[in-house]
Ligand binder design. Structure first.
Ligand code: NAP
Length: 247
């Protein structure tokens, strides 16, 4: 099959814009049978579903157990399998520790950490029953190295990396060919980093050996590889896509 996701049923959370959108496009162009994009509102995925015949949008908030269960049930009833899960939905609510409010902590942990747990837990029985699957979690270099003003975000992404390693051990326990890896982007040009002051972005680019910000497509290419059959012996890994900013 080669570097292919042909015929696969994929689910990308938060796939309406930014990195998730680039991931969705990469999977769709590579011949996935269907890429299901979930987002909290249907306007987020209107464009991408109009553009690709094999992309379908479904509304679900990854922090709500019942919505996630409903989403996964709908996909399973319609397509009978889920081959690729990309846990991409994520937010930032930055502040220095002494100024970080409880709700900023809760919101980031809820979406970035609990959302990944809830979605993977819902997909688990399907992948285990079919005996195969690829789970790709969107982490961040911040989850490895930390970052000023991102206590909540660093904690959430560190947790995502720990869950990735746990699932890489747990899912194949009874012989299922299920891999779980994380991608850790550096500074990527998306709506999320539009909020970061220009001065900070320039500083980061200055520290990046490859001398530029990443594009969402740079991250999507790594995800596409991990979702493909070519990556079938790779699991429990964290792949940095950061132009060499950290290592
Ligand atoms: P983004 O442009 O803000 O996109 C995030 C997406 O997640 C949006 O489509 C958003 O939907 C969706 N989302 C938010 N809350 C959700 C929820 N509760 N349920 C379902 N979907 C939800 O961010 P991005 O830069 O593409 O980031 C994507 C992932 O990469 C995140 O996990 C982020 O932490 C990670 N990452 C990004 C960078 C970077 O530099 N950009 C670096 C490292 C890691 P709405 O549009 O409806 O709000």
């Amino acid at each position: 099959m080669g570097n292919s996701v042909e015929g696969k049923i994929c689910l990308v959370t938060g796939g309406g814009r930014g990195i998730g959108r680039a991931v969705t496009e990469a999977l769709a162009k590579a011949g996935a049978q269907k890429v299901i994009v979930c987002d909290i509102n249907d306007t987020a995925f209107a464009e991408i579903t109009a553009e690709y015949r094999n992309v379908e949008g479904m509304v679900a908030d990854v922090t709500r157990t019942a919505e996630v269960a409903g989403l996964v049930q709908t996909i399973n009833e319609k397509y009978g399998r889920i081959d690729v899960l990309v846990n991409n939905a994520g937010i930032t609510r930055d502040a220095l520790i002494q100024k970080m409010e409880d709700d900023a902590w809760d919101a980031v942990i809820d979406i970035n950490l609990k959302g990944v747990f809830l979605t993977t837990r819902a997909v688990a029985p399907i992948m285990l029953a079919q005996g195969s699957g690829s789970i790709i979690n969107m982490a961040s270099v911040v989850g490895i190295d930390g970052n000023i003003g991102q206590t909540n975000y660093a904690a959430s992404k560190g947790g995502v990396i720990s869950m990735t390693k746990t699932w890489a051990k747990e899912f194949p326990r009874k012989g299922a060919r299920i891999t779980c890896n994380a991608v850790a982007p550096g500074f990527i040009r998306t709506p999320m980093t539009e909020k970061v002051p220009e001065k900070v972005l320039n500083l980061m680019v200055g520290k990046t050996p490859l001398g530029r910000m990443g594009e969402a497509e740079d991250v999507a290419k790594a995800v596409l590889f991990l979702a493909s059959d070519d990556a079938s012996f790779i699991t429990g890994q964290v792949i940095r896509v950061d132009g060499g900013l950290t290592f």
